[in-house]
Every structure is written in structure tokens, then in C-alpha cells.
Design a protein. Sequence first.
Length: 387
Amino acid sequence: MSQRPIYLDNHATTPVDKRVLEAMLPYFTEHFGNPSSINHLYGWEAEAAVKKSRETIANAINCTPEEIIFTSGATEANNLAIKGVAEAYFNQGQHIITVQTEHRAVLDPCQYLESLGFEITYLPVKKDGLIDLELLEKSIRTETILLSVMAANNEIGVLQPLKEIGEICQKYEVLFHSDAAQAMGKIPLDVQAMNIHLLSLTAHKVYGPKGIGALYIRRRDPRVNIAPQLHGGGQEKGIRSGTLYTPQIVGFGKAIELALAEIETENQRQKELRNRLQQQLLNLEGVHLNGHLTQRLPGNLNVSIEGIDGAALLLGLQGIVALSSGSACTSTTTKPSHVLKALGHSDKLAYASLRFGLGKFTTSQEIDTVGQQVINTIQSLRQANIN
Ligand SMILES: Cc1ncc(COP(=O)(O)O)c(C=O)c1O
């Protein structure tokens, strides 16, 4: 069998931790009951497992279990938060603030609301990818109902100042939603201390299974109203109908439990590896770091490389390393990344960018191999340009 490329695309998804899989398996076969079946043991077993996961997740972000609503992932959680608030608070105002560098799972629901007559402010970011808090404050109007700012960016890893943003939202009585798909299990999240009203989570970025996530919805000080987006059997307090996916929920809880237990050692280890790769690449002329130097996820490195063609670079690295480039492929087109464009990059430079996403299974040997191979590829492409 030919050797598989080194996996450095952990922002896209992560492998399921074997301990997570082990915890999940009995819930496919033995304990397969529907957690809503209240009349027999099968239902009680499933319900007990769901309860345990809900408590683990709630503890992880400092909320109560009742405030956790399971969804199919962060895309659904973001849609539920944004459209659900828009519909519920329609009479109080129709202005929403978000940021140009958000994930499409936030930007697209906002654009959809725009088509219904809502006004959306898309805040720019500074050169380092952070938002300008003064500008944020100035953008709030009496009819602003919601602010949506992600915790950690999925391309450049930048960590927005959630606590400061939360304070501004509290001052102006605006609801604060944050997409924490990339942040959960990697940075401390505390919805009380950060004054967050809605928080989107997903399992598959932290060694949990795909297809499961959650939305935290604050129930007091203030109680947040959400208009359901999926109607049906009334599960999850009627906010999100559909039979609960017990094995995935069990896996989500286990993944969070493991992530929190390992957070400090793993962050430190990944940061050291990341910094080593960063140093090697930035030593080359015309290689620039994207995003803030320190306010960043420990496993993230995103660089732009001058003087080369992005497509040729990716082609040169294929088979060596699995990573993402500065382009976003939709079903029909390949566009330069909107995040890198928001940093002020030209299309060409955005295309000639690489996102390295380190994870807990990344080894130092892999990082050294990748560093050397990326440098070789850049140098040979530049050489070919000269000749
Ligand atoms: C910041 C961010 N938000 C939302 C999502 C979507 O999450 P999910 O795949 O759970 O729907 C992702 C994953 O790509 C992400 O990185």
C-alpha cells in the first residue's frame, strides 16, 4: 500500500478517538433504545446516557444541562441561533451584527435573513484578524437584536476577545452568539464569565463523531427565546425535534471529557510543534503569517507565500501532506478565501496560502518532514519561475 499523506487538516475534522468509539459502540446495538421512550428499560438506559453527556457538556461551558440543545453539528446550531433569534425578536428590531471572517454557517443564515428584510452589519477585521471593539460598539443600534462573533477562526485560528465582547453586549442589552466549533476543548469557555447567550458546538473537531453538536441557549438573566427551526416530536423542549442520536451524543460527551482532561498538556505540545514549523517557514523570504501571532489556536498555522502559484504549490504537496489552501471550493467554483480577503490579501496571495491544522495525533517527526517538504516545494517552484 502506498503511504498516506501526513494529516494536517485537523480544523476540517479530526479522527474519532478510540476511547470515544468504545464508549459509543454499545449504544448502537445493546442500548439502542429511544431516549424518549419513558415506559421501559431500553428508553431509560438511553435517556441516562444522554443525561450524562448533557451534564458533561454543560459543565464544560459552565451552564446548566437544561440549557444544552443537541443538534446535528455547528452548522445547525448556528442556523438555529441566528434564525431562531431573528424570528423570536422580530418585533424588537431587525438588525444583526456579525463579522466578515465568520464561517459560512453564520454568514449564509445572515444573508438569508437579509433577503427577508433584516439589516446585517458585517464588521471588518484588523490586519491581525481581530475585530475592533470600538467599531463594534459604534455599530450597535437601538434595533440591534443579536451579535454573532466566532470564538476561534477556522482558517487563521484567531481568538476573538469574548469576554470584552460580552461586556459590550451586556451594556447595550444585545444578545451575544458565538460559534465555538473550533474553540471547544481548546480554549476555556465560560458562558457566565463571558456573558454569552448562545454558543454553537460540534463534536468532530475534538475527536468526537461527525453529525452531532449542540446549541447552548441561556435560560436566565436573560431567558433567551428561540423560534424552533425543526418542528416535529417535540424533543429538546420543542426547540429541536427529532429522535436523539444516542451513540453520537455519548461520543460527544466522551470527546469533551477527554479534551478537557488533556487541554493543557496538548495545547502546550501543539504550540511547540506549531512554533517550530512556523519558524522554519517564516525564515524563507516572502512567507507571511496570517492572523495574530499569539491570539491564536495552538494547533493553527496559516501562511501566505509570495511569488508562487497556489495551485502549483498544492499539486506539489499532494501525496505528502493533507492540508487546506487559501481557496474555498463550493460545488461550482473555487474562490479565494473570504477570510484572507478580509485581511486585505490579493486573490493571488490568498490562493498561495496554506493552512496547517495540527492535532493531538501529530508527531514532531511529521512536523519536521512537512516543514522540509514544504520548503523544498516552494524553492523548486520559485526556481522554475526564474528559469
Ligand atoms: C467555525 C466553524 N463553524 C461551523 C462549522 C460547521 O460545523 P459542522 O461541521 O459541525 O456543521 C465549522 C466546521 O467546518 C467551523 O469551523
